[in-house]
Design a protein. Structure first.
Length: 330
């Protein structure tokens, strides 16, 4: 089996299950109000995304460079030259294996490499953008869904805000320490807490949204729950993919060596964005019924209508399907 089969199948499943439930729901459109809740949530996501990208890129580039310097290697060497010196990669289902076959004369040098503490710390700066982004996202829960700018949170919204802060802390400083110093036990505990935090955030998000929206038919309620739960699960899956594809990810943790052949074009990034899109839509979308004679009603606030019909499904599916298709070709 070649290519990102699991990631592609998961994405197809995400589209199919939402399309199926949306087809059963009484709602025929989701109005995404351009109000305080949606804009604060979007701002939080964007700040978090940029902060996460900066922190992980710095760790990948500076961390691997510091390792090569400590090992006496040359950062200008090709991946093949680095593999000849420090190891040989193998692949399985398009992912880099954590098993390296290292030549005897280089094995000791590679295994004994120690990155100086000051360079190790400099390679993994405090991810302030990631933290602030999470906190801003959490603050979106204190605003009502239907675009009003007054602060009127539900109990579930307050819980979601608290969980957002806790998840940001778990995934930043202690996780950075576990990754930098390859503390396997600490990483497993933090990963479990991270997973539980995400699941709780999805549950609180769904309860907050359904409480604010009031009585709906079962299928429409299920649609909100699916968006709020599949979003976090997809984000977790995307992180696993991204970590296995990076220079200083899974291979670094398990072998203490950089991955000399990172997979730049992987499905982790698209699935990460898709998961946040689902969660954002779940906490900010207002399901409704389209009136044919008044498809774009004059509502109190600006909004973006997302029609739940075959036209929307086809355009979204085939437009976004280019990503996994190109990944397979790559």
């Amino acid at each position: 089996m070649k290519g990102p089969m699991f990631e592609a199948l998961w994405w197809f499943f995400l589209v199919a299950i939402i399309a199926l439930v949306a087809g059963l729901a009484d709602a025929t459109v989701i109005y995404l109000y351009i109000g305080a809740r949606s804009m604060v949530g979007l701002a939080g996501y964007l700040v978090m995304q940029v902060g996460l990208w900066h922190a992980e890129r710095t760790w990948d580039e500076q961390g691997s460079a510091a390792w090569l310097e400590a090992a006496g290697g040359d950062t200008s060497s090709t991946p093949e030259e680095l593999e000849d010196r420090y190891g040989d990669r193998t692949t399985k289902n398009g992912q880099v294996s954590v098993t390296q076959v290292v030549p005897t004369d280089a094995r000791k040098d590679a295994d004994d490499v120690v990155i100086p503490a000051d360079k190790l710390k400099a390679a993994f700066p405090i991810p302030w953008g990631f933290l602030f982004g999470w906190w801003i996202w959490g603050c979106s829960y204190i605003f009502p869904i239907k675009a009003a700018d007054n602060v009127k949170p539900t109990g579930y919204g307050i819980a979601a805000l608290v969980i957002s802060v806790l998840v940001s802390i778990i995934a930043s400083l202690p996780m950075a320490d576990a990754v930098m110093h390859r503390k396997d036990g600490q990483k497993k505990v933090l990963s479990l807490l991270f997973l539980l935090g995400w699941i709780l955030l999805g549950i609180m998000s769904a309860l907050d949204a359904t409480t604010q929206l009031g009585k709906m038919d079962d299928a429409t309620t299920a649609l909100i729950w699916l968006l709020c739960m599949l979003g976090p699960v997809t984000i977790i899956i995307s992180q696993k993919i991204l970590f296995g594809s990076r220079k200083m990810g899974t291979l670094w943790e398990q072998s203490g060596k950089p991955n000399f052949h990172p997979i730049v074009y992987n499905m982790g990034g698209p699935l990460f964005v898709w998961g946040w899109w689902y969660l954002w839509l779940g906490i900010c979308g207002v399901p409704s019924v389209v009136i044919p004679s008044n498809m774009y009603p004059d509502l109190a606030w600006p909004y973006v209508p997302l029609f739940l019909n075959v036209r929307t499904l086809i355009s979204m599916f085939f437009g976004c399907a280019m990503v996994p298709v190109v990944r397979f070709l790559d």
